[in-house]
Design a protein around this ligand. Structure first.
Ligand SMILES: [Zn+2]
Length: 383
């Protein structure tokens, strides 16, 4: 190995060690704080007092009622908008919330002590009669993140990954080499932990995010990545945390534009909005999970006429679709940050029609990869 390569290797190893040490220090600090809180709660209860915990409330968006008011709403990607007080002994609706929080916290404490990982479903099955449903555990995990100002991965609670990636990229995940670049039309699983990713190298010109796995497979079959220097990602519907963190990580590391392709219906739009603005459930972490500069590539209501799609692909919006579209239109972030996205959604509602990405394949199976995507990107036809 040449001297310069040796030095570069040593520097990279040094960086890895530093990162690992920082993570270990952060985990140790979190563990100390958790133990401190649990000890305090036990002491309070033993003394016959009712321990209460103040929890910040986060909200990254609200609905039109607030947005229409003369003063701007308080929604924020990083600052709390209010507080909840959870008390253990005062009988009210927050009692069981705190009870669940403490039980989940004990599991998290064990995970951190033993350096082990588990899923929220694993936690649920430890006390199913108390937790009743997985959503209750989910909320407790969010509460713990808010309480200790951390993210889910810091608690060693890991999701089951569902996102896929393919294209002109390679990286190392822990000890495993993920060399998508050697087989650009093959699907690879998105890593569960961004912290395990290093040595990201790419020669791609852009990142394309597609809503559905069927579209991802269509592009793979058409050898889209072989013909276009890009990285394609799918969250297979509403994206999970690893998919959103991975996309965010790539955009930041590689400085590439990201385009998103979703169905022309309110659910497609909601998925698109989740990538750009984050979800309400994870509002406390929205700033770390969202990709503010993601561009909406399509499909737009107007694409139906622009690309002369057959009428048989067009469906009328159902009453539920209409309700969903109206509730999304009311979100304050669209007013504040993406009025052009809002206008496009309004056009969908006015026309009262929807269609899926697959409609673009109606006349020619590979139209999406041969014409639609390359043309739209080349001509800058995105919002
Ligand atoms: Zn708001």
């Amino acid at each position: 190995m040449a001297g310069r390569d040796k030095r570069r290797c040593a520097a990279a190893l040094g960086c890895d060690k530093q990162r690992l040490r920082r993570r270990q220090d952060a985990a140790a600090l979190l563990l100390r704080r958790i133990k401190g809180l649990v000890r305090w709660v036990v002491k309070e209860v033993a003394a016959g007092r009712s321990p209460s915990i103040v929890l910040h409330r986060y909200r990254n968006y609200c609905s039109a009622a607030d947005a229409a008011s003369p003063s701007p709403c308080a929604c924020s990607y990083d600052a709390p908008v209010g507080t909840d007080v959870l008390s253990l002994l005062h009988k009210d609706c927050h009692t069981s919330r705190l009870n669940v929080l403490l039980r989940v916290l004990l599991v998290v404490q064990q995970l951190l002590q033993q350096n082990k990982h588990c899923s929220k479903r694993d936690i649920y099955y430890m006390y199913p009669s108390i937790f009743v449903e997985v959503a209750v555990v989910d909320r407790a995990i969010n509460d713990i993140c808010i309480l200790f100002k951390c993210s889910r991965h810091n608690l060693n609670v890991v999701p089951v990954v569902k996102g896929l990636v393919m294209g002109w990229i390679r990286f190392v995940e822990g000890e495993k080499k993920v060399y998508c670049i050697t087989s650009v039309n093959a699907a690879f699983s998105i890593p569960v932990s961004i912290e395990a990713i290093k040595d990201v190298v790419s020669v791609a010109h852009y990142i394309l995010v597609v809503e559905k796995e069927t579209v991802f497979q269509r592009l793979a079959n058409d050898k889209f990545c072989e013909r276009n220097r890009c990285i394609v990602i799918t969250g297979r519907g509403y994206p999970d945390i690893p998919t959103r963190r991975f996309l965010r990580h790539l955009v930041e590391q590689l400085h590439l534009p990201a385009y998103c392709l979703v169905d022309s219906d309110p659910y497609g739009f909601d998925i698109l909005a989740t990538y750009k603005f984050g979800s309400l459930q994870l509002a406390y972490d929205a700033n770390l999970l969202r990709v503010p500069d993601i561009r909406w590539l399509g499909v737009f209501t107007s694409d139906f006429e622009d690309f002369c799609l057959p009428d048989c692909c067009l469906l009328h919006l159902s009453p539920e679709d209409r309700r969903k579209a109206e509730s999304i239109l009311a979100r304050c972030y669209l007013h504040k940050e993406a009025p052009e996205w809002r206008s496009e959604l309004e056009a969908m509602l006015q026309k009262g029609v929807k269609f899926e990405i697959e409609a673009l394949s109606a006349s020619s199976i590979s139209f999406l990869s041969d014409k639609y995507i390359p043309q739209k990107i080349k001509q800058g036809r995105h919002l």
